[in-house]
Design a protein around this ligand. Structure first.
Ligand code: FES
Length: 104
């Protein structure tokens, strides 16, 4: 299953991601810039912020209350489809997912 990240400079990077892996883990494993996952996925750093392509947002699962609050404290500005990528698990439904990496 493939995920594509659109980087701040407009270039794209794609990688195969195994089901059950979080999108933060996939980003870190593939060296995606600006996605750090400093807390290891325990929902306490917000350094895994990504903006989901609006066409895909309905498939990424519900936004948790705490995740919602954390998104107000990200280093890069929040967008309507912002998510913390440690809270999204790869699944067959997400094959082809596109994520925008915020920041400059
Ligand atoms: S990795 Fe820390 S909040 Fe997602």
């Amino acid at each position: 299953m493939q995920v594509t990240w659109i980087l701040p400079d407009g270039t794209t990077r794609s990688a195969e991601v195994q089901p059950g892996r979080t999108l933060m883990e996939a980003a870190v494993a593939n060296g995606i810039p600006n996605v750090h996952g400093e807390c290891g996925g325990s929902l306490s750093c917000a350094t895994c912020h990504v903006v989901v392509d609006p066409e895909w947002i309905d498939r990424t699962g519900p936004l948790g209350d705490f995740e919602d609050a954390m998104l107000d404290a990200t280093e890069t500005a929040r967008a309507p489809t912002s998510r913390l990528s440690c809270q999204i698990e790869m699944s067959a439904d997400l094959d082809g997912l596109r994520l925008v990496v915020p920041g400059g």
